[in-house]
Design a protein around this ligand. Structure first.
Ligand code: AHR
Length: 501
């Protein structure tokens, strides 16, 4: 059956915030050291950053980068990472030594070279509201006080003007250093936000949250008036301790539950009177949970063994069209809910389960990377309304239940003041192409239609050293398109953008 899509470009859903194409980088395994930061490498610039990583992030218009964690942040003291003599510290989150050679100044410079907004996640675990506010002083005050003067002494005359600051990471979780109860969390966030905004009222503050009413009642009742965002996280394939990655079909089942945390968080904000005042930052998301066994439990496993186990994240064969199709479905939900979701950060950007893999001679751009490149370069910035009377679907059995999954996931957008229609077309079906008939109203010129696709021969296709472009973006010039009914066909397990102008 051919799916019919009716697009109504005059009914505008909203403008998407470019921060939904954001990224996250943590002091974990090879994300920083051996990832973006490799002083002395022939591939690094004078600042020690990998030039190819910077270019790759620029090519996907990385809009904002969150740092330094993640669990790492909850026992990180930022003052250890500034100034001339950096003393190594012990990272209790990941049970490794932190050299502190990559700190605030290096992070800001990295963001500048990428062209991304810096976003700092502060330590609400072992840190204090005063320490957080002093970080804001260091970054954003011109000369006033001790910490601005410290920044100047460290070689940065001008303030960094960091706009986005998160209070805490996942302090709701017992795995987190300095985990807190809902009630104490609200008061803590209030005290921290109060001090941080007194240093720089122009900053936007996020706070660690979960789509849970009790947690947010306390958080928003106490600190809601100081917050601009609530931060939520989710990894769907829970491979933290097993690395037993779900297959393509199961990952398609996961795509059915992407919207759920967004809807729950939105309803909670509405119930507590903060819709329109506080937005959602999905500031850690990925299909796959990172693999780090034996960390949150206290088995008697030597720290070196724990660290070594994390090398399993580096297997590029793990990241297939399932990651690409899932990532596109996630971004489609951010576009669909662009009025409330204003930021999303792929976790992480580099290595681990990231879109970019570094090796000592270059990069492997994994399938999800090409989805970011497709969406940031070919989709429009305004989401418009559409509907489909009925959709093809396929069924997947998962944990004793049967899931009916629509093959096509569609989001129409416009750009250039409505002169261009750019439709995201994801075909989740593992092995069947999908036919789509599009009723686009005025966009009928058969000479002005192009289809860009991220696709691999197999649903399990991946990029690696011996085949770096098995999955990439391909361009299809469409022919035989009649003026009246625009019909196209898209590959199975593919992510596409159709451009009409
Ligand atoms: O698995 C990595 C961790 O996932 C991040 O450090 C944390 O923020 C999230 O729980």
């Amino acid at each position: 059956m051919t799916t019919v899509l009716y697009v109504e470009p005059r009914r505008k859903i909203g403008k998407r915030d470019p921060k939904i194409f954001g990224h996250f980088i943590e002091h974990f395994h090879r994300q920083i050291y051996g990832g973006i930061y490799q002083p002395g490498s022939i591939l690094a610039n004078e600042a020690g950053f990998r030039k190819d990583v910077i270019q790759a992030l620029r090519d996907i218009k990385a809009s904002i980068i969150r740092w330094p964690g993640g669990c790492f942040a909850s026992s990180y003291h930022w003052k250890d990472g500034v100034g001339k003599d950096r003393v190594p510290t012990y990272d209790k989150a990941w049970r490794v030594e932190e050299p502190n050679t990559f700190g605030t100044d290096e992070f800001i410079e990295f963001c500048r070279q990428v062209g991304a907004e810096p976003y700092i996640c502060t330590n609400a675990g072992t840190g204090t509201p005063e320490e957080m506010s002093e970080w804001v002083e260091y970054c954003n005050l011109k000369t006033e006080g001790k910490w601005a003067k410290k920044r100047i002494a460290n070689g940065n005359e001008e303030p960094f003007n960091v706009k986005y600051w998160s209070i805490g990471n996942e302090n709701y979780g017992t795995w987190e250093m300095g985990a807190k109860e809902a009630r104490e969390w609200g008061r803590f966030v209030l005290e921290a936000a109060k001090m941080m905004k007194r240093v720089d009222p122009a900053i936007e503050i996020l706070a660690a949250s979960i789509p849970d009413l009790d947690w947010n009642i306390h958080l928003l009742k106490e600190a809601g008036d100081f917050l601009d965002w609530i931060s939520i996280h989710k990894y769907w394939d829970e491979t933290w301790f097993t690395n037993d990655l779900s297959n393509y079909e199961t990952c398609m089942v996961y795509t059915l539950s992407i919207e759920e945390p967004i809807i729950k968080a939105k309803h909670i904000l509405g119930a507590l009177g903060y819709l329109g005042k506080i937005r959602i930052a999905f500031d850690e998301w990925n299909l796959r949970g990172w693999y780090h066994p034996n960390v949150f439990h206290f088995e008697n496993v030597p720290a070196e063994e724990c660290a070594k186990a994390r090398d399993a994240n580096d297997l590029n064969a793990s990241y297939t069209m399932a990651d690409a199709v899932f990532s596109a479905c996630f971004l489609n939900q951010c576009l669909k809910h662009c009025q409330i979701v204003g930021m999303a950060n792929f976790a992480p950007a580099v290595n681990t389960r990231g879109a970019i893999f570094t090796h000592d001679r270059g990069l492997i751009l994994r399938p999800a990377y090409h989805v970011f490149k497709l969406y940031t370069n070919y989709l429009g910035d305004e989401v418009v309304d559409s509907w489909t009377p009925e959709r093809n679907s396929f069924t997947v059995a998962y944990k004793g239940k049967s899931y009916k999954i629509p093959s096509l996931d569609l989001i129409p957008t416009i750009s250039n003041n409505g002169k261009e229609l750019r439709i995201a077309i994801v075909n989740r079906h593992p092995d069947k192409a999908a036919k789509l008939k599009i009723n686009t109203g005025s966009f009928k010129d058969p000479n002005h239609i192009k289809l860009y696709s991220v696709w691999g021969k197999s649903k399990d296709s991946f990029n690696d050293l011996d085949k770096p472009e098995e999955v990439t973006i391909t361009e299809h010039c469409l022919n035989n398109i009649s003026r009246d009914d625009l019909q196209i066909e898209v590959h199975p397990h593919s992510v596409n953008v159709l451009v009409l102008w």
